[in-house]
Write a protein that binds this ligand. Structure first.
Ligand SMILES: [Zn+2]
Length: 407
């Protein structure tokens, strides 16, 4: 009864939700690190939307950041009291990535276009869809006079796309979260809405610098070819790493570890010189059952072998990443609640799984909190012509309303 009334209410607000999502897309909120002015203006608009809904409290947590024109990066926490003491958090982010190459966009990234059941614009999916969906779920409840079972807290954060120092890390350091809180980060998922992400692989980015001796290409015996040493090393690593660390874990979409050579820095500008230095990088996504240090030790031993064979000196440097935190348990309360709500609204069976990359949930897990990631999206985040599907915007709002009322 209650639930159907809420679903009807949400359906009746479909156009309002579309307009609300369009209005937040119009304010870019790009991080100063990526050349933007931060989230201040978007936070103002969102605060006005929150004020209309009737939360029990709306607080601002401004993280000082001199590189932002306002000197701060705003975070908003809006709370609605429930019948019990338990806290359910929805953590969404306001910031967006830059549009990238504008020639790849069919429309202006910050002038949203509504077409064929989609809203097209930067930030439509990442993370606007879920920001508006969670907000309108609470709006529907409130306008019908219903109270959620648990305390529902929205954390609307800054700086997710450039490290979260001024966003969720700042809020965690303020002591806002308890270990027994239920935490949902709707910032990833799949087109069917069936992936509840509970784990991630360890991400390690490695820089390899080989140093040899530069000389004329016609007399290679007088030098040591650093590029040749790089090739031998890279070859051996792509051959041996997947063999040595060959475990699989079906929890993950790609159920194995990946070791990919990616970036290559330029060495000599001319063809007839043997380079004395060469630099390349690898992106490794390692299943969490492996200790990253064991992988690095193995890589070092391969590098030592190649040094002996080639005479080059090789340095191996981790430029980013580290050990993934332990997964959120498959039987965590939030996983069960969410699957029930997803089943009710979308009629599909959602399953816990793992992904290769990081979100705010990864930061929670690193600090010992359980957190899950879910949303129904086509994974257009960070791409040109990013879009949100309006049916998902409305459907996900119903999933939240179900969570709030039935859990
Ligand atoms: Zn995101």
């Amino acid at each position: 009864m209650k639930m159907n009334a809420v679903y009807e209410k949400i359906e009746s607000m479909r156009d309002d939700m579309v307009n609300a999502l369009c209005s937040i897309i119009r304010i870019p909120a790009i991080s100063p690190k990526s050349g933007g002015e931060g989230e201040a203006k978007k936070a103002e608009l969102i605060t006005r939307m929150l004020n209309d809904i009737g939360f029990d409290s709306i607080e601002r947590y401004d993280a000082p950041d001199n590189s932002a024109p306002t000197g701060v990066r705003p975070n908003i926490v809006a709370r609605m009291k429930g019948e019990g003491d338990k806290n359910l958090w929805i953590v969404v982010h306001m910031d967006v990535v830059p549009p990238g190459d504008l020639r790849l966009w069919k429309t202006n990234p910050f002038e949203p276009v509504v077409k064929d059941g989609k809203i097209i614009g930067r930030g439509a999916e990442d993370n606007g869809q879920e920001l508006i969906a969670s907000l309108f779920a609470l709006k529907a409840l409130k306008s019908l006079g219903y109270r959620p079972k648990m305390n529902v807290n929205l954390a609307i954060v800054a700086d997710e796309e450039t490290g979260s120092d001024y966003g969720i890390k700042y809020l965690i350091d303020k002591g806002l979260f308890n270990k027994e809180d239920l935490i949902l980060v709707p910032d990833g998922g799949n087109s069917e809405g069936t992936l509840i992400e509970i784990a991630e692989k360890s991400i390690v980015w490695i820089k390899f610098t080989t140093k040899g001796k530069q000389c004329h290409a016609s007399m290679p015996d007088l030098g040591i070819n650093a590029f040749k040493a790089s090739i031998i090393l890279a070859n051996r690593l792509i051959e041996e790493l997947p063999k040595k660390f060959n475990a699989t874990d079906e929890l993950f979409d790609r159920p194995y570890s990946t070791f990919e050579p990616t970036k290559k820095e330029a060495n000599v500008p001319n063809v007839n010189t043997i380079p004395g230095e060469d630099i390349f990088y690898m992106d490794c996504r390692i299943l969490p059952l492996y200790n990253v240090n064991d992988v690095l030790e193995f890589i070092q031993s391969v590098a030592r072998d190649v040094e002996k064979e080639t005479g080059a000196r090789i340095s191996v440097e981790v430029v980013q990443g580290g050990q993934a935190p332990p997964p959120t348990p498959k039987d965590a309360e939030i996983v069960g609640m969410l699957s029930k709500a997803i089943k009710k609204v979308y009629g599909v069976d959602a399953k816990p799984g793992g992904i290769g990359g990081g979100t705010c949930a990864a930061i929670f897990r690193q600090r010992g909190y359980n957190a899950v990631v879910w949303s129904k999206i086509d994974d257009t985040a960070h791409s040109p012509n990013e879009y949100a599907i309006i049916d998902n915007l409305v459907g996900d709002a119903k999933v939240y309303a179900t969570l709030f009322l039935e859990s």
